[in-house]
Design a protein around this ligand. Sequence first.
Ligand SMILES: [Zn+2]
Length: 128
Amino acid sequence: MTFAFSQSSLERREGVDQRLIDISDLAIRLTKVDFGIPGDGGIRTEARQNELYLAGSSKCDGVIKLSNHQTGKALDVYAYVNGASWEPEHLTSVACAMLQAASMLGHKLVWGGHWATFIDMPHFELSE
Ligand SMILES: [Zn+2]
């Protein structure tokens, strides 16, 4: 089974670092679990980041503490298994494909699912 990004996922990904485009393009071909890019999963303005912070969806306020989403160095995903899924087992499967793709392309990618304090399984960011 091979998957492809929907038009809305492609649009939500616009403006992020080219390396994240390349990694996700390869990952969607490698993955065993379909995935997409949610709203706010790509690049964010300072105002939008602050809204997400005030809503409790992010630890970064966008002004003092910047999110990597503001510089295009981060990308969020959701799994798609009979509809959108944020189940850990599905997101872990997507993460395997994302990390494998990054490794194949020679890019350093950090998965939020590996963080010790604030586990953020849909989140990926470039480490340099
Ligand atoms: Zn994120």
